[in-house]
Ligand binder design. Structure first.
Ligand code: FAD
Length: 339
């Protein structure tokens, strides 16, 4: 009996790791890798096997060489000169990924838990007849993953028995893999992937992107967020933007502020918005509902300004200021500018 349970040299953990191979799905925009998508490489590396990065689009030679220089990437699989994939439309991108996974015989498919990853990977999982594991915050081993549930109020450890594991990872838990400079030394090989050229019923028409010179909300080291307490779009901009600029911070908002039209949708922080974990998070006129906390409670330092001393945000805040935001925030902005 004992002989049957003793791992043979071929099934020992070390031998199994040799057969592990992960495909990290990267997002590209205008031929450049979207930096936050490189968290897929960091997570894939932790699985212990080889890591291939996947990129596709109309002109991805630059993106492929960037991916080849990302730390931890052993090989890049690129589908170039295929503009149909430029916008990452899930109807065509998912079959493309699935075909390349089958061809490469990968055991894992990993992507960042971004709008792109959330759009594409569930379809990839369906095509591979696997059950996706979403929004992973820690990897215990090649089949065991930790993920928050109930808006972050509980943490589940899940084990997948699917032959191919399809996983999205939370960016704040897996920092993007660093990319080495242009010198090319040590860059991984780039290999052409397969293009199944699936006809898609969906066509990309146009996009209306909120443009900002401020840091990106998802990756900024400082974030200032405004809530319903700001009262109007005009006041939100008058109060929050100078504070953000004085701190060099990205601007975020609560869902109530977004729903009331004070701030753009893309700025929402929380369970149904972005999850951020900056060095500093300043919550202004935000009560601290659990759905908001789900998006920011892992921030290093949380500062809150609220006129209600019993607001739940003060329970998670490291620094709190009870007062009228219309008075306190401009005062704070002036002080930061002078500091
Ligand atoms: P409020 O709760 O109205 O709080 C406003 C705060 O401003 C109050 O604490 C008040 O004391 C303070 N205030 C008012 N005037 C002043 C002043 N002059 N000076 C100082 N302070 C002042 N919410 C999110 O944020 N993100 C999400 O992703 C999200 N997802 C959700 C998903 C689901 C399924 C559901 C049901 C809800 C979700 N919500 C989300 C909504 C959430 O429950 C709250 O309704 C929302 O976060 C409240 O936003 P708020 O704190 O800005 O507004």
């Amino acid at each position: 009996l004992r002989a049957a349970t003793t791992p043979s040299p071929l099934t020992s953990p070390a031998a199994l790791r040799r057969f592990l191979s992960a495909l990290a799905i990267l997002e590209q925009r205008d031929g450049k890798i979207v930096p936050s998508s490189l968290s897929a490489v960091t997570a894939a590396k932790q699985l212990g096997g080889s890591v291939h990065a996947f990129v596709a689009g109309g002109d991805v030679s630059g993106a492929a060489s960037e991916a080849a220089r990302a730390q931890g990437v052993d090989k890049v699989v690129a589908v170039d000169k295929a503009p149909a994939y430029d916008r990452g439309l899930p109807e065509s991108f998912a079959p493309l990924v699935a075909e390349n996974v089958k061809k490469g015989g990968y055991t894992h498919v990993v992507a960042a838990h971004s709008a792109f990853g959330k759009n594409v990977l569930p379809r990839v999982a369906a095509l591979l007849d696997a059950q996706q594991v979403s929004d992973v915050t820690a990897i215990q081993d090649d089949k065991t993953f930790v993920r928050p549930i109930y808006a972050g109020n509980a943490v589940a450890t899940v084990e997948s028995s699917d032959p191919i594991k399809v996983v999205t990872v939370r960016g704040t838990a897996f920092p993007p893999a660093p990319v080495a400079g242009d010198e090319g030394a040590g860059a991984a090989a780039v290999e052409a992937g397969v293009d199944p050229k699936v006809e898609s019923p969906t066509e990309w028409v146009s996009e209306d992107l909120a443009k900002s010179d401020r840091p990106d909300l998802g990756t900024a080291s400082r974030v200032v967020s405004g809530g319903r307490g700001l009262k109007s779009k005009e006041e939100f901009e008058r109060i929050m933007l100078p504070l953000a600029d004085s701190l060099g911070a990205a601007v975020g908002a609560s869902r109530a502020a977004v729903d009331s039209g004070y701030a753009d949708n893309s700025l929402q922080v929380g369970q149904t918005g972005k999850v951020v974990a900056p060095q500093l998070y300043v919550a202004v006129g935000i009560s601290g509902a659990i759905q908001h906390l789900a998006g920011m409670k892992d921030s290093k330092v949380i500062a809150a300004i609220n006129k209600d001393p019993d607001a739940p945000i003060f329970q998670v805040a490291d620094v709190g200021l009870v007062g009228d935001l219309f008075e306190k925030v401009p005062e704070l902005t002036e002080k930061v500018k002078k500091a």
